[in-house]
Design a protein around this ligand. Structure first.
Ligand code: UD1
Length: 339
């Protein structure tokens, strides 16, 4: 079975390539290296013992996408990660986000239709829920107005899939709504390596501990939560990667209940920013330099997943703990920095 992974050298993509290889799939990776590095291929090979097929491909180039599928007529499934994901950048450059996250999806789906490719897994996000009305949040919760072009691209992408699945004779798709992925592979060969200053919490924590950033800013301690900081559902990236294999197999084995399905992929546990900071301090036995600053505009107060549908229907459950994730993130950071 040959699986195409777009954005397969990125953070979640690379962990998913390893998980697919561990389950016996042949993987073809395409990536444009805009937020990833070619040496991830070597790192994947050093973990799994197999080098995935690779092609540098710009998915915004429609004719290049068409040529790719002419060459690879034997693809059994697609996991589509390739996208831009920085909320702030999307506010500054919305068209880049609409082009990167939506044109590319349309081109891929056109090829799926043309070649009658059936199995398509899409990277969605809990950002589609906005500020939830009740917690934990189920897949039935309403999609709220997006607060950023990035979030809007995830909502529109889901709508594109819904509309296409309504009429397609062949396509089956699953959108996985990720909560907050953190951590790294236990080998410390692959992990999260943002270009420039990290926007996300855990890479900012590990870079601060490594001395690359002077101080972590905790965005607000005056929210209506137990310790006043925001609450998220942090999921180990290896658990998240495994969810893709389970979702793919649901489609390959024709176990899906309809040709478009959505699942929350989280742990079901909410943790505050300060809880994450203190868990990191405990796991690594060191004090982290942080200060409380103003709230970050656009942050939701609290969001965590109801995972019943993923657990019972998809047959997937997160297994790793916050401590596992923070320890692996720190091992990865140390290895990258040569500490
Ligand atoms: C958001 C989106 C997520 C998206 C991701 C892309 C929501 C609920 N989630 O994640 O779907 O994929 O952006 O980047 O909209 N924090 C600090 N200091 C920092 C960094 C973060 O205190 O330096 C806090 C934030 O205020 C937040 C938490 O840590 O409370 C997590 O932040 P972050 O890692 O940026 O993820 P989200 O904003 O939740």
């Amino acid at each position: 079975m040959k699986i195409l992974v777009t954005g397969g050298l990125g953070y979640i993509g690379s962990h998913t390539v390893v998980a697919l290889q561990n389950s016996g799939y042949d993987v073809v990776v395409v990536d444009n290296l805009s937020n990833s590095s070619i040496d991830v291929l070597d790192r994947i090979e050093s973990i799994s013992g197999t080098r995935p097929q690779y092609q540098e491909l710009e998915l915004r180039d429609k004719s290049a996408v068409t040529s790719f599928f002419e060459k690879h007529k034997d693809i059994n499934g697609i996991i589509h990660f390739a996208a831009s994901k920085a909320v702030g950048e999307s506010l500054e450059n919305p068209l880049l986000y609409y082009e990167n996250n939506l044109n590319t999806l349309v081109y891929l789906l056109q090829e799926c239709e043309k070649h009658k490719l059936a199995n398509f897994i899409f990277s969605s996000s809990c950002t589609v829920y906005g500020e939830p009305d009740s917690l934990p949040i189920t897949e039935a919760a309403p999609v709220k107005n997006a607060t950023s072009p990035y979030g809007n691209t995830k909502q529109i992408a889901e709508e594109i899939l819904v509309d296409l699945c309504r009429v397609s004779e062949t396509l089956n798709s699953i959108a996985l709504r990720y909560f907050n992925p953190i951590g790294a592979h236990k080998s410390a060969e692959i992990g999260e390596l943002p270009k420039g200053a990290p926007q996300n919490l855990v890479p900012f924590i590990t870079q601060t501990a490594a001395g690359i950033r002077e101080q972590l800013s905790v965005f607000g301690d005056d929210y209506d939560t137990e310790d006043g900081s925001c609450i998220r559902d942090y999921i180990h990236v290896v658990d998240l990667a495994n969810a893709h294999v389970v979702a793919l197999e649901r489609l390959l084995n024709k176990k899906n209940k309809s040709n478009y399905e959505v699942f929350n992929i989280g742990t079901g546990r909410g943790s505050s920013v300060l809880e994450v900071v203190h868990a990191f301090e405990k796991v690594t036995d060191q004090k982290l330099n942080y200060k409380i600053v103003d709230r970050r505009p656009g942050d939701v107060v609290s969001v965590y997943a109801d995972t019943n549908k993923a657990n019972n229907e998809l047959g997937w459950k997160s297994e790793k703990t916050m401590e596992d994730a923070l320890e692996s993130a720190w091992e990865w950071e140390k290895k990258v920095r040569g500490i």
